[in-house]
Design a protein around this ligand. Structure first.
Ligand SMILES: [Zn+2]
Length: 413
């Protein structure tokens, strides 16, 4: 097993651009006054006395069990050392961004609590963490003020959800925030949340029930990210702010696979695009600062993503510490997860942040070796045996080291 699960020594600063934090259980009482907001999430110690903590919704139900890696920097550093991640870009867990809070003072206060927490982690370990902040997006002047405050604290960008309480990202109320981000050299991380994941419509809500094959996360999230890109492109935010550096989560969700359809649709029915950007989708991606993380879970999908965007725009992101990311939920010894499920693969997956990129083949002989690391992949398609796509060494370099620096503007003041 261990010869398949290896953590190669990576020669360079390996960035993980997509990781999340929560507040620590010590804040449970501090946040009590916000618990009347539907959607509000607090973190408390586990009621059964077990290790870790629980994220608790405003209805008092457990939203998610978490381990201390979600809120304790020392626990994160141990994992980072193990997986040879040099720098984690930390951002709040999207569900904790207070888009649903309709009182400005409260939205500002919650963002400040989230941001101060991550800023203090960076202050303690400035070589190992870079932080992105949350903003009260529904209150643009307060949002810009908070952006300036977190920039002064050393943050390199902001994390926003794919829609802001139903508002598309090209809503004119949000434009000044994006313009301020571009002006302040602050990167933007667009993460799917709400929208199609938790629709208001009763029938649609039943279809997006998380007990139905985890649909909000597996299908709703990529749809949300595609809608976010469609807003930012079609609403001409990318066109008007070509220096705004925006990274879309989860390999861009569905949008990279839809680029041809989006461009062709615009070509077919120009009457439906009266205010379309001058450039098409591909030209916009090239000429504006559009990035994604590499979190596709499939080498063929990653090859497509790199073909569409170029490896300079694709940065390794693992969704640490959550199990849907590039971290194996199954314990290496017991092969069980915290829920008691056993790993369904006879040969364990053994994935870790950067796993996909670090094992992609760059030469024909490497393909066989790479397949051992991607043992869960189907070896054939309808045409017969298939071979892993080849990547060039510079493409792997960009995804592990280069793209993150460009997106975060680390090459700029
Ligand atoms: Zn995430």
């Amino acid at each position: 097993l261990e010869d398949v699960v290896t953590y190669p020594l990576v020669p360079g600063i390996k960035y993980d651009v997509h990781t999340h934090t929560t507040l620590s259980p010590a804040t449970f009482e501090l946040l009590a006054k916000f618990s009347s907001y539907e959607g509000f999430i607090r973190v408390r110690a586990r009621s059964d006395g077990g290790c870790g903590a629980q994220m608790i919704g405003s209805d008092g139900r457990v939203f998610r069990n978490i381990t201390e890696t979600a809120y304790d920097a020392a626990a994160r550093l141990a994992d980072m050392d193990r997986y040879r991640v040099t720098v984690q870009v930390i951002s709040p867990t999207p569900a904790m961004i207070p888009d649903y809070v309709d009182t400005e003072d409260h939205a500002v206060e919650i963002c400040r609590i989230l941001n101060d927490d991550n800023a203090s982690t960076v202050a303690k370990f400035p070589e190992r963490f870079i932080a992105l902040g949350a903003l009260p997006m529904r209150f643009p002047s307060a949002a810009i003020k908070e952006m300036e405050r977190i920039k002064a604290l050393g943050m390199r960008g902001i994390e926003i959800n794919s829609n802001i309480q139903g508002m598309d990202l090209d809503d004119p109320r949000l434009f000044d925030i994006f313009a301020a981000a571009a002006e302040n050299n602050m990167a933007v991380f667009v993460h799917p949340w709400a929208g199609f994941m938790s629709p208001g419509d009763v029938a649609l809500r039943a279809r997006m029930n998380e007990r139905l094959r985890w649909r909000p996360w597996l299908v709703g999230m990529p749809m949300e990210t595609a809608l976010a890109f469609d807003s930012m492109y079609g609403g001409r935010v990318h066109e008007r702010l070509p220096n705004l550096r925006v990274l879309y989560a989860h390999g861009g969700g569905a949008f990279p696979a839809l680029l041809g359809r989006l461009a062709h649709g615009r070509y077919c029915r120009p009457d439906l695009f009266p205010d379309a950007p001058k450039l098409n989708h591909y030209e916009t991606i090239l000429q504006a600062q559009v990035y994604t993380d590499a979190l596709t879970h499939d080498p063929f999908a990653l090859r497509m993503l790199v073909n569409e965007l170029g490896s300079r725009r694709v940065a390794m992101g693992s969704d640490y510490p959550y199990p849907l990311g590039e971290i194996d939920p199954f314990d290496s010894k017991s092969l069980c997860d915290p829920q008691g499920n056993t790993c369904p693969y006879p040969e364990r997956k053994g994935i870790y942040p950067g796993h996909m990129i670090e094992h992609l083949p760059t030469t024909v002989p490497e393909r066989r070796l790479a397949l051992a690391h991607f043992n869960w992949l189907a070896r054939s398609n309808a045409d017969g045996p298939r071979r892993l796509p080849l990547f060039k060494p510079f493409e792997l370099d960009n995804m592990l080291f280069g793209a993150a620096k460009c997106w975060l503007g680390l090459d700029r003041p």
